[in-house]
Ligand binder design. Structure first.
Ligand code: HMG
Ligand code: MG
Length: 298
């Protein structure tokens, strides 16, 4: 079942930076995206067209999407929560959007200020507009294993929601362990249930690394045939509306593991490390990666 090639969805500029308390200057966001565009990645989640009151860090979404230097081999996705965001995505010639909901009613209210059912109603119009404009739609389900407010979530509820989103028009569902509590045992149970109903090529995994489980969870997911993995340069990330959500799994760690498994990604570890060092310096943090590639070659 293990794939020969894994597509990495780089979410650092969006999921990574959205959680930073200090506003990061727009030109730094643009430089990060431009560096990531030269690593071999084929997909970068660039920013969010969300309410700046909810996520102040993404208030410069229009400037970011307008001023990046696009690489023709890269898809620049954006997160969209409602029609207002969709209209902005259309106005900025975005080719792909992600919509996001969850199996936890409480998290849904905190994150997007509506119930799960209301979120699906909202997305009907968003999806209709996207389809009219030939924009592809990816779907996220958050809190697939556990929610900071409601505890454990049911794999069956995740499966039903994923089926609904696929029927509505999403081409893929990214399964979000938003607070990073899953273990490989949880991922096995979830994928056992969901892959009985949904073809694995329509699924991706999106793991935060709160308890250091993200890499082993990805390793488990690979054995179920998962071939799309969301990652974040320098392990940046978190969701301001999910207490306890820490960084996403680091892109460079995932590339390192996949290289060791002879699974191709098309992404250069060296170039990713450079992007990682760049953003770590800009955020005044020590470099994320502990070992340089040069040291590893010695
Ligand atoms: P609301 O307050 O109910 O919305 O928020 P509203 O329609 O009443 O609008 C409130 C204000 O926001 C208005 O401005 C709107 O114009 C503005 P005002 O008139 O007061 O000046 N507004 C917008 N501005 C720009 N773009 C828009 C937009 N929409 C409204 N699209 C809403 C509802 C959904 C808008 C809000 O709750 C929101 O934006 N939430 C986004 C939260 C978010 O981005 N969370 C993080 C991403 S999810 C995540 O990280 C999980 C994930 O990584 C997967 C995982 O890890 O599990 C994806
Ligand atoms: Mg996330």
């Amino acid at each position: 079942m293990r794939p020969d090639f894994v597509k990495l969805i780089e979410v650092g500029p969006r999921d990574g930076l959205q959680n930073e308390k200090q506003f990061i200057p727009t030109e730094i966001k643009i430089s990060l995206i431009d560096k990531l565009s030269q690593t071999g990645l084929s997909y970068i989640e660039t920013t969010s067209f969300v309410s700046p009151k909810s996520i102040p860090q993404m208030a410069d979404a229009k400037e970011v999407i307008t001023h990046i230097n696009p690489n023709k081999d890269v898809t620049y996705g954006v997160l969209v929560p409602n029609v207002q965001g969709m209209q902005l995505a259309i106005a900025h010639q975005v080719k792909e959007i992600s919509i996001f909901t969850t199996v936890s009613e409480t998290f849904c209210q905190k994150n997007i200020n509506c119930s799960i059912t209301e979120s699906l109603e909202r997305y009907k119009t968003v999806i209709h507009l996207a389809q009219q404009n030939n924009i592809k739609i990816r779907g996220y389900i958050s809190c697939v294993v556990g929610c900071p407010y409601e505890g454990k979530m049911s794999p069956l509820a995740v499966t039903n929601l994923a089926e609904t989103l696929l029927k509505m028009g999403c081409y893929q569902i990214s399964l979000g362990d938003t607070i990073g509590i899953a273990t490989p045992g949880d991922i096995k149970k979830l994928l056992y249930v969901i892959t009985a109903k949904i073809p694995v090529k329509k699924l991706a995994v999106h793991f935060h690394d709160t308890y250091g489980q993200a890499l082993v969870n990805i390793y488990e997911a690979l054995h179920w045939g998962i071939a799309t993995v969301d990652t974040s340069v320098a392990g940046l990330g978190g969701c301001p509306y999910a207490k306890g959500a820490s960084g996403n799994v680091a892109t460079e760690d995932v590339i390192y593991m996949l290289n060791g498994l002879d699974i191709k990604t098309g992404v250069s570890l060296d170039a990713m490390r450079e992007a990682s060092i760049f953003i770590s310096e800009q955020l005044h943090r020590p470099p994320y990666s502990k070992v340089t590639v040069a040291q590893m070659k010695e």
